[in-house]
Design a protein around this ligand. Structure first.
Ligand code: HEM
Length: 465
């Protein structure tokens, strides 16, 4: 910037002159942020909870995984309302509305992750798929999706090979830092989330012995080497995997920010404070939208009155399987050749051809349609940025439960209550020990086979992370 002195010659301003402008700039910023923008915002009549003027806005309530405040807000203000960001500014739209969520998640050319979220993720995962936006994201996703079974072989080597495919133009290739970024992205996004889910799943099984017994009855007839295609079809195991993922989503929520003015359609009209009822929201460039994965899953309006309770039977429709009724062995026949041959039959060691087990799980009929891998099932979100590893995650979860529950009885440690806290992804901790110990989850494993039953106590703790 240049100024003109009294003789008309241009010169740079002195430090004093620059500093004297600071209060003016600050005043303009404050007026714009606290007065002009709120008064002229197209969302100024959208209702929302009171307060939120502190350093964290309403974030503490939103990130609290155990309180009921957010559900009270939903009861009061409906499926779409405004919450406040730090210092009461940068309002976010909080919405469970399926149409609004689909709009935001599908229009990835307009809705990006917020810079704050991207910077946070970048610290751990570098310039990989999670941080990339726009054209770079499209390209990275294309390269990642070009791979087969890419997750079973070292990701970097595969990514490099795919990037070197013949006929690719320079702008169709990943840059070096993007290739290394994929490595840390897949390591972090793939391991922390799945490990936390498996840990919480084991805890749920320990706390629900009847569910554990039902699962054991379902899987006990099968050999240890049952191929995954068949493990995947076991209905009670499928119901447990879904329920664990529903009630403990690794990411309790995520945020998007629009890159231009937009109109968000709503399936449930909203009554504004000026009395108008609207079925769409006009928003300005920069507007933040909070996608409340966990609150959506625990919403009684969506998942029913037992939404906050661990109950895999919700996915079994009217046919709640009891151990004695488990019909799996009956569905194997020696005439079908639908599944791979090998020592994988129900008794484990009999070679033979196996018929597919009809999967019995389905999303409960009372759950309305909505976005997600399954309706209103947002653990892996949805749209072009849906988790790329969700099938791998399901596979890991099911194989772990299959193997562990077959051979071990899992029990909770009686005197310890387990909670979850949100550290990029959620992790378990024992009540009263978070600051001293970090994440931990003591579970007792009793070996069911050998003559001597052994009891071990494993922990996921920061020492082994
Ligand atoms: C239980 C396990 C998992 C959960 C709950 C989970 C959840 C999610 C969620 C919610 C997102 C979207 C984040 C956002 O856009 O704000 C995501 C994206 C992603 N996940 Fe997963 N994930 C899991 C396992 C995995 C695995 C096993 C891998 C890979 C090995 C993986 C790789 C990724 C990648 C690369 C993205 C970014 C996709 C993109 O933006 O195009 N995740 N995951």
């Amino acid at each position: 910037m240049q100024v003109v002195d009294f003789l008309g010659s241009p010169r740079f301003p002195t430090i004093l002159e620059t500093l004297s402008l600071c209060p003016v700039v600050l005043l303009v910023y404050l007026l714009d942020t606290f007065l002009l923008k709120p008064l002229t915002s197209p969302l100024r009549h959208l209702a929302g909870p009171p307060g939120g003027y502190g350093i964290n806005g309403h974030s503490a309530q939103i990130m609290d995984l155990h309180g009921s405040t957010v559900h009270d807000w939903i009861s009061t203000y409906g499926s779409t309302f405004l919450v406040r960001g730090p210092l009461g500014i940068h309002h976010r739209i909080f919405t469970l509305d399926p149409r609004a969520l689909s709009h935001v998640l599908n229009n990835t050319q307009i809705y990006f992750k917020s810079p704050l979220l991207r910077n946070l993720v970048r610290r751990y995962m570098k310039e990989g798929l999670i941080v990339a936006e726009g054209e770079r994201h499209k390209l990275q996703r294309k390269v990642a999706q070009r791979l087969y079974l890419w997750y079973l072989i070292p990701i970097s080597a595969l990514t490099v090979r795919s990037n070197m495919a013949k006929g690719l133009k320079p702008d169709q290739k990943l840059r070096d830092h993007e290739i290394t970024g994929q490595l840390s992205t897949f390591m972090f996004a793939g391991s922390d989330t799945t490990a936390g889910t498996i840990a919480m799943g084991l805890y749920q099984l320990a706390k629900h012995p009847q569910v554990q017994e039902t699962l054991r009855a379902e899987i006990s007839g099968y050999g240890d080497n049952l191929p995954y295609e068949q493990i995947d079809e076991l209905p009670y195991l499928d119901a447990i995997a879904k329920e664990v993922l529903r009630i403990n989503p690794s990411l309790p929520g995520t945020v998007r920010q629009t890159q231009q003015d937009d109109v968000i359609p709503l399936s449930q009209p909203v009554k504004l404070s000026n009395g108008k009822i609207v079925s769409e929201l006009r928003i300005r460039k920069g507007q933040l939208v909070h996608i409340p994965i966990e609150h959506l899953h625990t919403s009684k309006g969506i998942w029913g009155s037992n939404a906050d309770i661990f109950d895999p039977s919700r996915f079994l429709g009217s046919e709640h399987l009891e151990p004695s009724k488990t019909p799996l062995t009956a569905s194997f026949s020696s005439t079908s050749t639908s599944w791979p041959m090998g020592p994988t039959g129900p008794t484990g060691d009999q070679p033979g051809s196996i018929e597919p087990i009809p999967r019995k799980t389905s999303i409960p009929s009372n759950v309305p349609s909505g976005p997600g891998v399954w309706p209103n099932f947002m653990t892996f979100i949805d749209g072009p940025r849906r988790c790329i590893g969700y099938k791998l995650a399901l596979m890991e979860i099911k194989i772990m439960f299959f193997k562990l529950i077959k051979d071990f009885q899992v029990l909770p440690k009686e005197d310890q209550r387990v909670w979850r806290w949100n550290m990029m992804s959620t992790r378990p901790y024992v009540e009263g020990t978070l600051y001293a110990k970090g994440s931990s989850l003591p579970i007792i494993f009793k070996h069911l086979k050998g003559e001597d039953e052994t009891t071990s106590d494993i922990s996921i703790s920061k020492e082994v992370e």
